[in-house]
Design a protein around this ligand. Structure first.
Ligand SMILES: NC(=O)c1ccc[n+]([C@@H]2O[C@H](COP(=O)([O-])OP(=O)(O)OC[C@H]3O[C@@H](n4cnc5c(N)ncnc54)[C@H](O)[C@@H]3O)[C@@H](O)[C@H]2O)c1
Length: 315
């Protein structure tokens, strides 16, 4: 089934991630029905959508896109009624997610995909609560902020149908995201695991006194981070291999990389480590105008997203 029939999306939970998803769906010309039990949630959501809208305008709105196509309702059951796609963004607590999926499954149209934004809870854990159509439950994990960052990690649970995963992948692609499919569930999915590996080594180097926080940040932001925004670790390595490509690179410096892997550090977020990280980060911030830094970061991110959209030869 194509995703062109999906005109209405339910956003269940409208905190940081849900509000950003809602703005994203609205900017793609979809109708959004949202719900969140927190006092003042509707007003906060409308403010967040308004705050995200100028960036979405700069990236280009779909025909008919409007913040006015947002409706706020009182319950998850009312939100998913008539929805073609459901994006769940409730608190990261298994019992809350289970209850939400039970309720959404009971009320959503049979063909609607139920997708969870969860950073750590695998879809098998929530679909077990669905008595009607567990086969349409998937994970659709975004990167903050979802209205700007294209990556969505998609994976089915034990009872998920191939059709539901395919429909989720097609829907995310159709609204301009970059969905990738995991072939199996794993804690933290892919991108957060890659980030965690890097961050663990950064904390190890800090604790070993190899560098301070500012230099560790600079080592990424002025170094590999620039390439990583364009190509992933494997293609970057291939290009570093010159004419011999990845095979030459692997035989040339592969053994040294392997030796370095064996020396990578272990790090624990002990109270001392946390204090050292916070102290170093505050020291780095003391030399910066944080508000201006944020403005420039957001502007450059939009410029980069637009430039990447035009770079058809990049994967
Ligand atoms: N913050 C991130 O960087 C990030 C990135 C990717 C994915 N996620 C995932 O997104 C989800 C939401 O995270 P967040 O950062 O937006 O958290 P948040 O605390 O900002 O938002 C959670 C929202 O859920 C609402 N809520 C509470 N009970 C609810 C219920 N029964 N039904 C519906 N809504 C309910 C809360 O009122 C709150 O607005 C989590 O599963 C998290 O793992 C977060």
């Amino acid at each position: 089934m194509s995703t062109a029939d999906i005109r209405r999306v339910a956003v269940v939970g409208t905190g940081v991630i849900g509000a950003s998803w809602a703005a994203n769906f609205l900017a793609r010309g979809l109708e959004v029905i949202a719900t969140d039990p927190a006092p003042g949630a509707e007003e906060r959501l409308r403010r967040a959508v308004a705050a995200h809208w100028p960036a979405l305008e700069r990236l280009g709105l779909a025909p008919g896109a409007s913040p006015d196509r947002l409706r706020f309702v009182a319950t998850p059951e009312a939100a998913v009624e008539g929805a073609g796609f459901v994006q769940e963004n409730g608190p990261e607590r298994l019992e809350v997610k289970r209850e939400l999926f039970r309720a959404m499954d009971a009320a959503a149209p049979a063909e609607a995909v139920l997708s969870s934004s969860s950073s750590f809870i695998p879809p098998s854990e929530v679909q077990a609560a669905c008595a009607h159509h567990p086969e349409r439950v998937v994970l659709g994990h975004p990167f903050n902020p979802p209205h700007l960052i294209p990556l969505v990690e998609v994976v089915g649970g034990k009872a998920t149908s191939e059709a539901a995963v395919g429909r989720a992948m097609a829907f995310y692609a159709a609204i301009g995201k970059k969905p990738i499919r995991l072939r199996k569930e794993i804690r933290g999915h892919i991108a957060n695991r890659l980030q965690a590996a890097l961050w663990r080594e950064a904390v190890f180097l800090l604790q070993e006194g190899v560098a301070d926080v500012a230099d560790l940040d600079a080592a990424i932001a002025h170094g590999p981070g620039l390439r990583w925004a364009l190509l992933g670790p494997f293609l970057n390595l291939h290009l570093s291999g010159g004419e011999g490509g990845i095979e030459h690179l692997l035989s040339h410096i592969g053994p040294s990389i392997g030796a370095m892997w064996r020396e990578l550090g272990e790090a624990e977020l002990t109270p001392e480590a946390q204090a050292a990280i916070a102290r170093g980060t505050r020291a780095e911030l003391a030399a910066l105008d944080e508000a201006e830094m944020l403005r420039q970061r957001d502007r450059l991110l939009l410029d980069l997203l637009r430039a990447k959209a035009e770079a058809a030869a990049l994967p």
